[in-house]
Design a protein around this ligand. Structure first.
Ligand code: MG
Length: 382
């Protein structure tokens, strides 16, 4: 039995991962569950899966849990508990489905403990993907992507002795791709309505700005050792082709499936095996036509900024990530308009004076904090 820990068990990836665990009895033992602040759901999950360890990030929520655990040890709140769980000797596989830069230290702990990491939390890979890959090699850790697009790439290269030459990264386009007219007045509730995927608020807003696709391009670049120019982005509103790989000879392999996160989650949890799954089968005739088009970088400037940051390299993607996280929080709280998201990110990037060299992990943390302060100032001015 694979002993797994889920960092982010009450979010959409975490809940789907537990459905995968349910569907494959005898395969997994859940030894740790960590959530942000949904103590009620965490308790229900703990009662059912009986993990040895649980952790709640939010200290106030963690206090309310006290005295309500039976046989389960509560870890420290905050990053401390996440780091302990991620590197714990009783854990074989760590699923990181946290949201944002908070997953940086837990990912580092998992990698340095030589774990198999099922990676859904892409932000740390945007911040320091090259460094994480180097560290994983050093400690014998393995990072397996969970997100549907990098999982598609990972699936397409299985059994291939040749490295991928180019990745065709597909994007649904998010909530506003087909909308006409100005996006200045769109409300957070509209941006939170994703056409094909049901996900948490941060990633759904990132999909609406297409920043998420920019992040995925950076993540894929590092996971598969590609250059930033080797990744082409295509708008594919049907979300059936989850991405494709082009080899040197021009042959293209794609991975197709209905949009259901349980499939890439299961593949990451059971890799290298492929097991039966409850996911609905793909009916290509019913899907009808599959369409692809170039993204509109002018209407979605966050994607252009992300491509620029990928080209600059060094610490620039970490600045991009931090500024985006602050801007998304401000937009979600109704403090800045949708179109200011890109402005906040752009102004933070332009203010960054760091070099192109690859920063150490601790330098990344410092740069992240600087960029958050700078982006906050930019939001406050709006
Ligand atoms: Mg994705």
């Amino acid at each position: 039995m694979k002993r797994i820990a889920i960092l982010g068990s009450t979010g959409s990836i975490g809940r789907n991962a537990l459905r995968v665990v349910d569907a494959l009895p005898g395969r997994f033992r859940v030894v740790g569950l960590a959530a942000h602040s949904n103590g009620d759901l965490l308790l229900r999950q703990a009662a059912r899966y009986k993990p040895a360890m649980v952790s709640l990030f939010d200290p106030a929520a963690a206090r309310r849990l006290e005295g309500r655990r039976n046989g389960t040890r509560a870890l420290a709140p905050g990053v401390e508990g996440l780091v302990e769980l991620a590197g714990h000797p009783d854990v074989d596989l760590v699923l990181t489905s946290l949201v944002g830069g908070v997953g940086f230290a837990p990912l580092l702990a998992a990698v340095r403990a030589g774990k198999t990491v099922a990676l859904a939390n892409k932000e740390p890979m945007v911040m320091a993907g090259a460094q994480f890959m180097r560290e994983a090699k050093r400690w014998g850790a393995r990072i397996i992507p969970v997100d549907s697009e990098p999982s598609a790439v990972f699936q397409c290269i299985q059994g291939s002795l040749a490295a991928p030459g180019r990745v065709l990264l597909t994007a649904s386009g998010g909530a506003f791709y087909r909308r006409r007219g100005s996006l200045a007045r769109v409300r957070p509730a509209e941006a939170l309505r994703h056409p094909t995927w049901k996900m948490g608020p941060k990633i759904t807003i990132d999909c609406a700005t297409l920043m998420n696709k920019g992040f995925e391009a950076i993540e894929i670049q590092h996971l598969f050792g590609l250059g930033h120019r080797d990744i082409a982005i295509l708008i594919h509103p049907q979300s059936i082709v989850h991405s494709a790989v082009e080899f040197r000879d021009g042959s293209v392999l794609a991975q197709l499936a209905p949009p259901d996160m349980r499939l890439p989650i299961q593949y990451a949890l059971t890799y290298p095996e492929r097991l039966p799954s409850v996911v609905r089968r793909l009916d290509l005739a019913a899907a009808g036509s599959l369409t692809f088009q170039e993204p509109d970088f002018r209407r979605f400037p966050c994607l252009a900024l992300a491509r620029e940051a990928a080209a600059a390299g060094g610490a620039v993607p970490a600045v991009l990530n931090a500024a985006d996280e602050v801007a998304v929080a401000a937009f979600t709280a109704g403090r800045i308009p949708f179109t200011s998201l890109a402005r906040v990110v752009e102004r933070t990037l332009r203010a960054f004076r760091g070099g192109r060299a690859l920063p150490s992990f601790s330098e990344v943390v410092e740069i992240d904090q600087w960029a958050r302060r700078k982006a906050q100032e930019e939001c406050d001015r709006r």
